[in-house]
Design a protein around this ligand. Sequence first.
Ligand code: NAP
Length: 351
Amino acid sequence: MLKIGIIGGSGYVGSELLRLLLLHPEVEVTMVTSRQTAGEYIFNTHPNLRGITQQKFVPMDIAELSKNCELVFTATPHGGSVNLVPKLLEAGLKVIDMSADFRLKNPADYDKWYGWKHAHPELLKEAAYGLPELHRQEIKNARLIACPGCMATATILALAPFVKAGLIENNRVVADVKIGSSGAGSKPTIASHHPERFSGVRPYKVIEHRHIAEVEQELNNLTSEPVTISFTPHAVNMVRGILSTIHVFPKNQLALKDVWKTLRGQYEGEPFIRFVKYLKGAYQLPDPKVTVGTNFCDIGFELDPHANRLVLFSAIDNMVKGASGQGVQCLNILMGIDETTGLKSTGFHPM
Ligand SMILES: NC(=O)c1ccc[n+]([C@@H]2O[C@H](COP(=O)([O-])OP(=O)(O)OC[C@H]3O[C@@H](n4cnc5c(N)ncnc54)[C@H](OP(=O)(O)O)[C@@H]3O)[C@@H](O)[C@H]2O)c1
């Protein structure tokens, strides 16, 4: 059993890590830290874990973590991991970081997109970008894994096959993203307050969302023609889920069979990629509701000959494939065990 610690276990990503790891057959969660709720039962904060664990939150103590754990998940906010992770690595721990602090390779991108100078640029090259479908080999041998952003995950997975195959105009890529409220974490703000948020569709960070940086980084790794993404998120009336609807323009007219061949060529055998394009039923294209509680990324498409447009749809649960499930998938790869271990849940229907 691999001994695991979770830092920031009282937050939403910590909650999902616990839900998945407490039932994972190959690991033992030995320490779960929280500064606010240390000493309290975990199930008081995460009521879905009643009857599953009697563990309590503990204060953050690196010496204790290094004594009791071999690997630590840092489920801390952006800017909260950058100084913590180097200390954990120094203490001999492996780290899977859920924040954005080690996702970008170019230190200058932190000044540009996050507004702070990266204090440990030497670790950026070393960190594996934790998207298994594109970085499985690096994840296998990593000491530090930087799990991707949730909206970035959905968007990259839909676009990667087409960018890699050179089929689309890389400077005309428009991602219109819808996200549920859990994407903003567990700390309330005025924007997340129920009367303000409920029943709305609110565009936010319309031209400057930080996930643009990692989407462009990852897609530019796949091509020599620079990719520019026009990316606009919307806060919608869901708790969980992301739908990324992406409009791209093929260089030459595409037939259905070309699109299928491109998708299958990239994702054949991937355990968590499902293609969703059906002619019957209520769920003919990806709908995040169907992915809730699962580690699946559902990808679908439609060809629009009128506007010579290919519309891609990519749906995930932001808390699972967009965060904790992806982290556990990386953990499985790192441990050299079946990638789906602890992640074989179906979604709910109806819900
Ligand atoms: N929510 C999502 O859908 C999602 C998806 C992908 C990635 N992420 C990323 O995952 C990370 C966690 O997100 P979340 O939604 O779980 O946020 P959250 O609900 O706000 O939880 C963060 C937790 O970290 C702890 N914390 C805060 N500052 C800390 C510090 N300086 N040192 C140690 N612990 C600290 C807090 O607990 P205490 O105050 O009790 O210590 C808090 O419970 C973030 O970086 C987020 O961007 C989130």
